[in-house]
Design a protein around this ligand. Structure first.
Ligand code: GCU
Length: 836
């Protein structure tokens, strides 16, 4: 997807209200498009079979041109007379029009596009490539790029899949866009329309495979009724060139098939998988293959029988081989019961330890799927050392489009820059240039297969991911899977034009917000390589640094009163640095050469340790958390500046999320800072931590029907406590006299919004109502909810520009509902320009 500058005359008016379902395939009218581009008179799609991607391409071209040019072109399957947009494979084109030299360098899924002659030619090496070319042409037109041009585009890697963690009951593990589009009540959904629409979106970003169920797989997917359902899903995705695949549960022969074992070397188990696989392929002849999570987080696997992971993977590989299928075998294998008291223990070592001796032992149609970092989709991780360890095994990278540890689509976090850091990372295998992107493509170690898997987790929400802005991540995932050298900003710019139109201010603003978003989130969630300091035992959303340690999950920070970080050195620590190739190992082994942003990943240091910036670790923590949260506040005003430039529906939806993020970033900031301030007892040089002159703590107000409540974790409440109603049916009132000077203030109220009730609140000054709200964010936000007062449920509501007189009586009335006891943390009176 190439970027071109836009003809200035093409600025268009405001789009009508939009619900996001068309994502970047809106085909909004481009005014005067006809003036810039003389459209051919018809479309020739060189295959008229309805399941063919070339047929789809013809239909898509017709639809797109109708939207962009407001013109209806006919689609024919042949035609020589008048000018045409010709779409088809090389073979079909040569048959109809004779051989043509331009296509010689096309590879599978690649395409040739020419807008130079009388005809527009869109030629794919295969049918899928032809469809990709049609989407490329439409994308150019929709962006107002009518330049004459001819070029070839080939994919960087053959495997460009998504993984969807959908459960059979319709829920989605780590999904934030509503329930499943694939499953309902234990079965494949009857209505597969949305699945077809998703396949269309995926094809437009050149994704060629999709695993539709959770890696923690349910065996009932293999029932006859569900195999039939898989067939229906595959049938609606096939016209888009998206091949369906499934995740398997390793124990299926026993837990579903009734055999006495699931030992991969047991011939009856082998035969069971062969039969099952043949049955599925009968209904889905082009199934992409299987994804397998084995011996990880309680999932069954070959290690149960003292067989190797390769024995397990190869059993599936043999079953799918005759059908051309691929096995994506996950490297996410680790023991989640390791003992923290052993300084040398390290979960980050697990993947290399499990896989290094198996290199070369996997069948040719096995691809080892490696999460980008050694732990688990954290806000900052080094590239996994497994990428450069496996030389005789095909590999792929696993990325998370669904930001499980990065704000769950309630915080804006544009992920392309994070992914690019990993893809561009030079692992220096054999002291040679060995970028991760060139390893996973198969190029560096001359492997036949490889590519990427993005965990997307779309749901039934019209926005797909629960947030309009989050869709830039899906778009970027496709763009980088196709071409990892694509630029993060260029990708965004294209996506914005297609999604929001041509207004330069809209584009500049969303680019500014997006490009600042990952650094901001890293700053306020967990910096210096300490990981996302979220609650790893519960919902992975809000802050809870203590949850990292003291358990067997191995996401340790080893923070104590004096020091923090994992010592992963060879000389004194877990030896993890030594899993990298020598040049990289040496860099990470030494504090001086380890980049600051990975310092605490590789080293255990005192809080007073000086960084390259000259700041101490602890002061950097304090400052970064203030800086990150301050940046998140600016996203609100930036977005506000687009009022009237984005349709109201999307404007309001995004505004709501930015306001939430701004408030929740303060929860993160204060929580993390309070935690480490409390632990280290080292003051903040700028005297901000623990010092909030604009706040009135709820527990200090006079309470009637409310009582003080010690929040756990303590640092997720200002002053460590909040108030809750005395019972679940008592209305509570908290009153106080305003001690601040008279003037205009933004009144911010921090409260907790739990699932399991919708408390209501009213705030007044001298009986003048300032505002009222309900604790109903669980219906609006989509992140994993909490039933506790904690860092996940903590949130803020702000009433702006309120005239206040010193001595006014501030009153908050809270009415509990269900298990939600109308909890309040504090009230801030913020003078203009102050955020605290
Ligand atoms: C994380 C995530 C789980 C998921 C697992 C995996 O641990 O929290 O929900 O199952 O990764 O990738 O297998």
């Amino acid at each position: 997807m190439r970027f071109f500058s836009l003809l200035p005359a093409l600025l268009v008016g405001l789009a009508t209200a939009e619900d996001g379902s068309q994502a970047w395939l809106r085909y909004a009218p481009v005014p005067n498009a006809n003036r810039y581009h003389s459209l051919p008179l018809s479309i020739v799609a060189l295959n008229s079979t309805k399941s063919s991607p070339v047929y789809t391409a013809g239909q898509e071209l017709q639809k797109g041109i109708k939207g962009i040019f407001q013109e209806q072109l006919n689609v024919n399957s042949a035609g020589k007379g008048s000018s045409s947009i010709i779409v088809g494979t090389i073979d079909a084109y040569s048959k109809a029009y004779g051989d043509c030299d331009e296509f010689k360098e096309l590879e599978d899924d690649g395409f040739y596009l020419s807008t130079e002659g009388r005809d527009v030619k869109i030629i794919g090496k295969n049918e899928r490539g032809a469809l990709y070319g049609a989407f490329e042409y439409l994308s150019r037109l929709a962006q107002g790029n009518f330049a004459s041009d001819s070029y070839l585009a080939n994919p960087h890697a053959p495997i460009r899949w998504t993984n969807e963690w959908d459960n059979m009951d319709g829920s989605i593990e780590r999904g934030y866009g509503g329930p499943s589009i694939f499953f309902q009540n234990g079965y494949v959904a009857d209505n597969v329309t949305r699945a077809a629409e998703y396949a269309r979106l995926l094809a437009s970003i050149r994704i060629n495979g999709i695993i539709i169920n959770n890696v923690n797989a349910n065996v009932t997917l293999l029932s006859a009724r569900n195999i039939e359902g898989l067939g229906r899903l595959a049938d609606v995705m096939r016209p888009y060139g998206v091949q369906l695949g499934i995740s398997l549960n390793f124990s299926s022969p026993q837990s579903f098939g009734g055999l006495s074992s699931y030992d991969p070397l047991d011939p009856s188990v082998d035969a069971w998988w062969t039969n099952t696989t043949n049955t599925i392929y009968k209904r889905v002849p082009d199934m992409a293959g299987y994804l397998v999570k084995a011996n990880s987080e309680g999932q069954p696997g070959p290690l149960t029988y003292n067989r190797t992971l390769a024995d397990g993977a190869n059993m599936f590989a043999r079953a799918v081989k005759p059908h051309g299928g691929v096995i994506m075998f996950r490297a996410f294998v680790y023991d989640n019961h390791i003992n923290e008291s052993n300084w040398k223990n390290d979960r980050a070592n697990a993947a290399v330890e499990f896989f290094k001796d198996l290199d070369g032992k996997f069948d040719e149609n096995v691809v080892v799927q490696i999460k980008y970092g050694p732990i688990d989709f954290q806000v900052r991780e080094p590239a996994s050392p497994l990428f450069s360890t496996l030389r005789n095994t095909s590999t792929s990278i696993e990325l998370q489009v669904t930001p499980e540890y990065l704000g769950q689509n309630c915080h804006l976090v544009y992920l392309a820059p994070l992914w690019k850091e990993i893809l561009d990372f030079d692992t220096r295998a054999d002291n040679k240039s060995s970028k991760v992107s060139n390893i996973i493509s198969g190029q560096r170690f001359k492997r036949p297969l490889g590519g990427s898997a993005g965990v997307v987790n779309v749901g039934t929400n019209t926005t797909w991911l629960g947030s309009h802005l989050a869709m830039s991540n899906l778009y970027a995932y496709g763009a980088l899977a196709w071409d990892p050298s694509a630029d993060s900003v260029d990708i965004l710019r294209e996506w914005i034009r297609l999604t929001f139109g041509f207004d330069e201010k809209v584009s500049d603003t969303i680019i500014e917000m997006s490009m600042k978003s990952w650094p901001a989130y890293e700053n306020y969630s967990g910096n210096l390589g300490i990981q996302t300091l979220t609650d790893i035992i519960y919902t992975h959303f809000g802050p809870n640094p203590a949850s990292q340690d003291g358990n067997g999950w191995g996401q340790w920070t080893r923070a104590d009163k004096f020091s923090i970080g994992m010592d992963r050195t060879v000389k004194n620590g877990t030896g993890n640095a030594g899993q990298y190739s020598p040049e990289v190992a040496q860099r990470y082994e030494n504090i001086e050469t380890t980049p600051d942003n990975l310092l605490l990943w590789f080293h255990h240091v005192n809080y007073t340790q000086k960084l390259k910036s000259g700041k101490s670790v602890i002061q950097h923590f304090y400052d970064a958390h203030y800086e990150g949260a301050a940046t998140a506040q600016t996203f609100v005003s930036l977005w506000e500046s687009l009022k009237g430039k984005v349709d109201e529906e999307r404007y309001n939806h995004i505004m709501f999320r930015q306001v939430f993020q701004a408030g929740h970033s303060l929860v993160w900031r204060d929580s993390i800072n309070q935690f480490y301030h409390n632990l280290s007892e080292i003051p903040d040089e700028a005297k901000r931590v623990g010092n909030h002159p604009y706040r009135i703590e709820a527990e200090k107000m006079s309470l009637d029907g409310y009582k003080t409540y010690a929040v756990n974790p303590f640092h997720t409440a200002s002053g460590y406590t909040a108030i809750v109603t005395t019972t679940n049916s008592t209305t509570g009132t908290a009153t106080t006299t305003v001690p601040f000077d008279s003037g205009a203030y933004d009144i911010a109220i921090n409260y907790y919004d739990l699932i399991g009730g919708k408390a209501s609140y009213e705030v007044s000054l001298n009986n003048r109502t300032i505002g009222a709200w309900r604790g109903d964010l669980e219906d609006k936000l989509g992140h994993a909810p909490s039933i506790y007062l904690d860092g996940h449920s903590a949130t803020r509501i702000t009433f702006k520009g309120v005239e206040v007189t010193k001595g006014d009586t501030l009153k908050i009335v809270g009415r509990p509902d269900g298990i939600e006891p109308a909890p309040i943390d504090y009230v801030s009176f913020l003078p203009p320009g102050v955020v605290d």
